[in-house]
Design a protein around this ligand. Structure first.
Ligand SMILES: [Zn+2]
Length: 194
């Protein structure tokens, strides 16, 4: 982590005040931000959420997935707990990018599920990597976390990169009628703990 490339700013939000850090991975240009709540030195395993960018869910309030609700719940829980980190990683569409994700939506409109759609486009079901997130947590002095997630891949990814997940905190939000099949596929084909 090159300290000279890290940007810091205050970020007041509707969920409370955060310290915002901007990071760019020198190796591949990947960008990510961390929203930090409280003094992390004063807690041994802060609440952490790694949120993967979902333009349609986070910004357009799409009901095809539960990302927007999960983002808001995470900010609310981290704020309430007093100490924590939300890392927003720019790996749209489980790593395939926005336009390819929309292509996958097109296939899903014709009957494919979220995993098969990615495979039909020539991608793996999930291309995300959590290595850079682990580096960010270590930069922030966080080596153990209570991870807000339903995704066992995220737990494995962080553990493999040297961040200890002492507890998994379920990220449960009410799903809309439009994303029930999507949630079912995540549970059955991707092992999500729902
Ligand atoms: Zn989403």
């Amino acid at each position: 982590m090159n300290e000279e490339t890290i940007v810091r700013a205050k970020l007041p939000t509707r969920y409370g005040d955060f310290d915002l850090y901007g990071f760019e991975n020198e190796a591949d240009g990947e960008q990510a931000v961390a929203l930090v709540r409280g003094d992390l030195d004063s807690v041994s395993a802060p609440l952490v959420r790694i949120h993967s960018q979902c333009f349609t869910g986070d910004t357009l309030h799409s009901l095809r997935c539960d990302c927007g609700d999960q983002l808001e719940q995470a900010l609310s829980l981290i704020s309430a707990s007093g100490f924590g980190v939300l890392i927003y990683q720019m790996q749209e569409g489980r790593g395939i990018g926005l336009i390819n994700k929309l292509r996958a939506y097109q296939l899903q409109d014709q009957g494919a599920d979220t995993v098969d759609a990615n495979l039909q486009l020539g991608f793996e079901a999930d291309l995300r990597s959590y290595q850079f997130c682990a580096e960010i947590l270590k930069f922030l002095g966080v080596e153990s976390v209570r991870l807000l997630s339903n995704n066992p891949d995220k737990i494995r990814g962080l553990e493999d990169a040297g961040v200890h997940v002492v507890e998994r905190v379920p990220s449960l939000v009410e799903s809309s009628q439009f994303c029930r099949d999507y949630m079912q596929t995540k549970k059955e084909k991707m092992g999500h703990l729902l």
